[in-house]
Write a protein that binds this ligand. Structure first.
Ligand SMILES: NC(=O)c1ccc[n+]([C@@H]2O[C@H](COP(=O)([O-])OP(=O)(O)OC[C@H]3O[C@@H](n4cnc5c(N)ncnc54)[C@H](O)[C@@H]3O)[C@@H](O)[C@H]2O)c1
Length: 327
């Protein structure tokens, strides 16, 4: 079976490619490298192209017989999406439609989409279940929800089946440290703390210490990137076995505060760093915890990595990163 991994040179996509390859799938990575790395695309064929480029996509679908498309391409910075919404709607929505249309034109009808917990906005209850209210509060989350709705309509109108995976906080790295998280700019908590532990960042900022949580800081659900990769393979198998269009939360169900994360990093790395506590950041919900019961039940998926594993693998990767320039 051949899988086209759009955005396969990025953080999550590259981990999925490695696991797909290991499990015997043929992989074609399609990435513009706007935020990805050529060196991350080492499993399967690589095509440099933009998903907004219908002609290039058409050539790829003609050359390779693709069974399933996994779509990781997106702009992902919430703050930037507020400042430059057009950029987000164009890449995350308009370009996704171009990809979907090329798939249909070439008779490819199975699709896995990277959605996000951001579609829930400020959730009303925890843990969050898939049917809970969707009310994204920024253009990034809205762009993802729009694609989700498009996929529902495609399922109604066409012979087209898809899965939307709503990831919670993707974290950790390949245990062999071949690939890992390297966003520019980095906005995710764990790499930022690890950078502080490595002395490459003067301090780590904690936004808000007066939330109604166990220690006053925000609570998040961290899921190892290889657990996400495993879910994608199960998703592909589900669609290949005739499974219908569906959507799943992907989280570990864990509830770690920012302060607990800081403590875990100190313990795993054996290093201390400066922490600066400042006021809350607008739009940060106090809790974001997934119920992933549906994925467990339907896809037989279960996260296998602990928070310690997440921090340990990310730490090994972050130390490797210090010695090399990614290309
Ligand atoms: N990282 C997280 O915690 C997280 C959480 C929820 C959802 N997601 C979603 O998961 C997906 C992957 O996230 P990531 O952290 O791996 O991001 P990433 O930036 O590392 O990877 C995205 C990849 O897509 C490529 N890309 C972007 N636009 C493109 C285009 N128009 N054409 C071709 N390639 C393009 C980039 O070059 C990059 O390699 C995104 O859709 C993101 O919204 C991520």
């Amino acid at each position: 079976m051949a899988i086209l991994v759009a955005g396969g040179a990025g953080y999550i996509g590259s981990h999925v490619c490695k696991l797909l390859h290991k499990r015997g799938f043929s992989v074609v990575v399609y990435d513009s490298l706007i935020h990805g790395y050529r060196s991350f695309a080492k499993w399967g064929e690589f095509v440099q192209g933009d998903i907004g480029d219908a002609e290039c996509l058409s050539l790829v679908f003609t050359r390779f017989k693709i069974d399933v498309v996994m779509h990781f391409c997106a702009f992902i910075e919430v703050g930037e999406s507020v400042a430059e919404p057009e950029k987000y709607y164009k890449n995350n929505v308009q370009n996704t439609i171009t990809l979907l249309e090329q798939m249909r034109k070439h008779g490819v009808n199975k699709f896995i989409f990277s959605s996000t917990a951001a579609v829930y906005g400020m959730p009303e209850r925890m843990p969050i279940a898939e049917e809970d209210r969707k009310a994204p509060i920024n253009p990034y989350g809205k762009s993802k929800l729009m694609v989700e709705q498009i996929l529902e309509d495609y399922a109604q109108a066409y012979d087209f089946r898809s899965i939307r995976f709503r990831y919670f906080n993707a974290a950790g790295a390949d245990p062999d440290a071949e690939i890992g998280e390297a966003h520019v700019p980095e906005t995710h908590l764990i790499p930022l703390i690890l950078d502080a532990a490595l002395g490459r960042r003067e301090s780590i900022k904690v936004f808000g210490t007066d939330y109604d949580t166990k220690d006053g800081t925000c609570v998040r659900d961290y899921i190892h990137v290889n657990d996400l990769a495993d879910a994608h393979i199960r998703g592909a198998e589900y669609l290949l076995d005739g499974g219908q269009t569906s959507y799943f939360n992907l989280g570990s169900g864990s509830d770690f505060t920012v302060r607990e994360m800081l403590e875990t990093v100190r313990r795993v790395t054996g290093r201390d760093f400066k922490v600066v506590e400042i006021e809350r950041r607008p739009g940060d919900p106090p809790y974001l915890i997934a119920s992933s019961d549906k994925a467990q039940k339907i896809l037989d998926w279960k996260p296998g990595f602990s928070l310690e594993d997440i921090v340990r693998t990310a730490w090994v990767w972050q130390k490797c990163l210090a010695d090399k320039t990614l290309t």
